[in-house]
Structure formats: C-alpha cells, structure tokens
Design a protein around this ligand. Structure first.
Ligand code: NAD
Length: 487
C-alpha cells in the first residue's frame, strides 16, 4: 500500500520522487510505502486550502459546527478500523487505541463543533459611538504531528482551527502516516469543502516547507523541543503565529499521606502507558522517604505483572516502541542510568516471549524499567527518554521537593499525590508546569487547556483557550455623531 497525499478532497496517486517504508513496530513487517510530498504537491495543497478557506470563513459558526460534529460521528462509527490502523502504525495496545485515541479525537471535534456557534466578539458602548471586536480566522494553518498519538494530534489541531474558520494542511509524523488520512476522508464525507483539511506526508523537510511558506498563517507543532525551536525560528522570519506542544521531564510528587495504591497506579500510568511514549509523562517520581519501601514494593510487583506483547491482542497492556532506532535510544538511556550508579530494579531488557509465550524478538519490545538510587543530576532524570523508564527520587520536605521538581528547563506537566487538600493546592501552585493533576495523572479532558510552561511549549490546545490561538481580533469603531476636527 502507498501512503500518499490527500489534497483537494482526494488521495493523490503516488508519483513520489522519494518514498520510504513504513514498518509495524510489533514485528517490523512492512506496512507500506510513504510518499514524501513534493514542492508541487505542497503548492497544490496550499492552492486548494486557500480556495476552501474563502468558502469556509463565510459560513456561520453553526454551519461549521455541524460539519465537525458529523466528522466526530463518522470517526466513532469507524472506531475499530481506525484503532486498528493506529495500533499497527504506533505499536500501542489495541485496548488503548480503542479506549482513548479515536474517542479523544472525536471528543475534540464534538467540543469545538459544539462551541463554533458561540465564538463571538465584544461590544463597547462609547457614548456617541460604539465599538466591537470580531475574532477572525487566520487563514491556512499548518499542523505538524508527532508519532505517539497520530489521530488525536490531528484532531486536536484541526478541530479548533476549523471551528474558527481556518483551513488546515496537516503533516503527520513520517512514522505514522495512516490515520490522518482517515480524518481527511471523514471531513469530506461530513460535508467539508474539498481542501479544508489536506494531508501531506513527509519528514522534517516537508514540515519546514510548510513553516516557511508565505501563505501559511500559523504553524501548530506537536513534537520535540529541538523541532519546536526550529519552527519558532522559521516562523519568526515571517512573524507567523505558532502553537508549540513539546516534550517534558515532568515530576510526579507522592507525599507520605497519599493513598499508596492510587499513587502506584498513577506512577505506572505516568510511565508505561503507550510504552512510556507520552509527552506529559511523570518520569521523575519523587517519593517521600517514609513511604519509599511500601511504595516501591507495590510498584515493582504490579509493574512486573504488566502484560507486554502483541499489540493486537485485546489482553495486551503494553506494546512495542515506535522504531528500532528509538528502541536503541531508550536502551542507551538505560545504560547511562546504570553507569551513573542508579539501580535498575526491574525491566529494561528486550524480552523474547510475550505474556502468552509468543516469540516477539522481531518487534521493538522493551520491558518496563524502574530505576532507584537516582540523583537529580543523572541523565535519566534530566533528559526526556520517551520510553518505559521510570526514575524514583526520594525527598524529605515540601520545600525541597518543589525546588527540585522545578529545576528543569521543561514545564509541561506535574502531579501531586496527597490527602491534605491544602498541601495539594499549595504545592501545585508552586510548580512551574502548564498541565497539572492532584491525585491522578495524565487525564486530559477536552474541557481543560493543555500545554506547557518554559521550554515545553507555547499556546494551549483543547478548551476555549485554543480559540484565541486560531483567531485574530479585529477592533471596529463606529461613529454615531459628527467627526470632530481641528481643521
Ligand atoms: P519530532 O520533533 O522529531 O517530530 C515532530 C514532527 O515535526 C514530525 O512530524 C517531524 O517530521 C516534524 N519535523 C521535524 N523537523 C522539522 C522541521 N525542521 N520543521 C518542521 N517540522 C519538522 O518529535 P517526534 O519524535 O515525532 O515526537 C516525540 C516528541 O514529541 C517528544 O519530545 C514528545 O514529548 C513530543 N510530544 C509532545 C506532545 C505535547 O502535546 N506537548 C504530545 C506528543 C508528543
């Protein structure tokens, strides 16, 4: 199969000058050939997105909302097909793609479809005059995605962009070309004009072409900090708007009064869901010294029971990491932790059999790893690993843990576990992170803004806050009297 571009309402026929093979992370079988978009294809996508924008910006919010809601309905009807494509492409368990990925994409379309008709400006009474504001669309927006949540990322960007009256050209990660195409098809079936949501395939070069294109008004990236900096610099040349959803090394702080079972559940979710390939993961788990032993005992026991293996098996709880190269990178981090003096308590090796005894040596599998005896200065506690590696750090006091938790250039997320309601809020208010949880972790309802502080990003996705990132405000002054003039 060939993964081609989706431009002006249809798939292109794959006459790519350059292409590469897309592999299934669970067995490294070939899934198909991805066709890198050419400059001519980018121009065609821009031309069609411009045409669609002219039609779409003149629709009412209610009309736009209806298309988004219908698209969500189509995604939900195709849940099993899209979830299965996602599992093949990403290597994540089918139980996750069925429960989270597709429905989170549909949630965003429903939320922004629902509020499209409520996007409004303000009115200002100015005595013999009045003023009003109009939140107007930006034009053609580019969306650039990471590989860990492909359909979710595409929908989190497209839904607010389209609700505000923009069109979008989306570039999925070169590792996960499949499901953005399903979203593009669903938009057309739901009645969107051709070109409203185009998909172009390709690596960073295609992303850079979009960023630098003079007709692109805004770029929204989900990716690493280093890519975010490149895009920000490229966009600065033309003073384009950006939303940057980047990486993190987030703290999860567990106080001695916390419910240990819940805290262990959260620490596992914060490190092993989607094989640990989640931007907001709480990879620095700070545990108050008094509960260290009991926390660790339970964490180890439950982690060793995680059912790792064939992602298509509904009983599987952990799949394969995205690529051989990424697997090697995660293993290098594990080696670095060991040589720095941390203790690898469990996991961190490539298993031969899965939980049902099937041979999984061909896939990119890694058992979930827990490090103890960690220090803040170790590479494993400072760098984003983006794999199933959890580092435990102990602490004594609230003041100490706040300072250590904030001692990072990242600021995407943070979590606190405590049964002291005052302490929970007090500590969260001191943490330098954009997305925080008290007594849970990695829950991202569409109603709440999502995004980072410091080098973890700019702007917010989800919630009403996303609207301001996809509109520009026009002020209009209307005179009701005569023009007062000294001339
Ligand atoms: P990446 O930065 O390598 O790539 C992300 C996207 O940017 C890809 O589509 C890639 O082709 C494109 N790209 C690369 N170079 C580019 C350039 N110069 N110009 C324009 N586009 C370019 O990231 P990845 O490996 O795909 O994903 C993992 C990273 O994404 C992690 O750091 C993770 O934390 C982050 N992430 C963040 C969030 C969030 O919401 N904050 C969510 C998921 C993943």
């Amino acid at each position: 199969m060939a993964y081609t571009q989706f431009i002006d309402g249809a798939l292109t026929t794959g006459s790519a000058k350059e292409s590469w093979v897309n592999y299934n992370p669970a067995n490294n079988n070939v899934l198909g050939e991805v066709c890198q978009a050419t400059e001519e294809e980018i121009d065609a996508a821009i031309c069609s997105a411009e045409k669609a924008f002219r039609v779409w910006k003149n629709k009412t919010g209610a009309e736009r909302g209806r298309v988004l809601l219908k698209t969500a309905e189509i995604l939900r009807l195709r849940l099993e097909k899209i979830a299965s494509l996602e599992t093949q492409d990403v290597g994540k368990p089918i139980s996750e793609s069925l429960a989270v990925d597709v429905s989170s994409a549909a949630d965003a379309l429903e939320y922004f479809g629902g509020i499209a008709a409520t996007i409004h400006g303000d009115f200002f009474d100015l005595k013999n005059a009045f003023g009003y504001t109009r939140p107007e669309p930006l034009g053609i927006c580019a969306g650039i995605g990471a590989w860990n949540y492909p359909i979710q990322i595409a929908a989190w960007k497209a839904a607010p962009a389209l609700a505000c009256g923009n069109s979008m050209i989306f570039k999925p990660s070169e590792f996960t070309p499949a499901t953005a195409l399903e979203l593009a098809k669903a938009f057309i079936e739901a009645g969107a004009p051709a070109g409203l949501f185009n998909v172009v395939q390709g690596d960073g070069r295609v992303g850079a072409m979009l960023t630098n294109h003079p007709q692109i008004a805004k770029v929204s990236l989900t990716g690493s900090v280093s890519t975010g900096k490149k895009i920000f610099a490229g966009a600065a040349n033309q003073l384009k708007k950006v939303t940057l959803e980047l990486g993190g090394k987030s703290p999860l702080i567990i106080f001695e009064d916390a419910d240990i079972h819940n805290a262990v559940s959260a620490a596992m979710l914060a490190n092993f869901y989607t094989q640990g390939e989640v931007c907001s993961n709480g990879t620095r788990v700070f545990v108050q010294r008094k509960i260290f032993d009991s926390f660790l005992k339970q964490l180890k026991e439950r982690t060793e029971k995680i059912r790792l293996g064939d992602p298509t098996d509904p009983d599987t709880q952990m799949g394969a990491v995205i690529s051989k190269a990424h697997l090697e990178k995660v293993i290098r981090f594990i080696d670095s932790g060991k040589s720095a003096g941390a203790t690898l308590l469990t996991g961190g090796f490539r298993p031969e059999k899965d939980f049902k005894g099937r041979d999984i040596t061909a896939g990119n599998f890694l058992t979930p790893a827990i490090f103890t005896d960690c220090e803040d200065s170790m590479e494993i506690c400072k760098e984003e690993i983006f794999g199933p590696v959890l580092s435990i750090l102990t602490f004594d006091t609230e003041e100490e843990v706040i300072e250590r938790a904030n001692n990072t250039d990242y600021g995407l997320a943070a979590g606190v576990f405590t049964n002291d309601i005052k302490r929970g809020h007090r500590v969260i208010h001191e943490l330098q992170a954009g997305t925080c949880w008290i007594n849970n972790y990695n829950i991202t309802p569409v109603e709440l803004p999502f995004g980072g502080y410091k080098q973890s990003g700019l702007g917010r996705e989800n919630s009403f806050a996303a609207i301001q990132h996809y509109t520009q405000l026009k002020s209009v002054y209307v005179e009701l009297g005569n023009v007062e003039s000294p001339y």
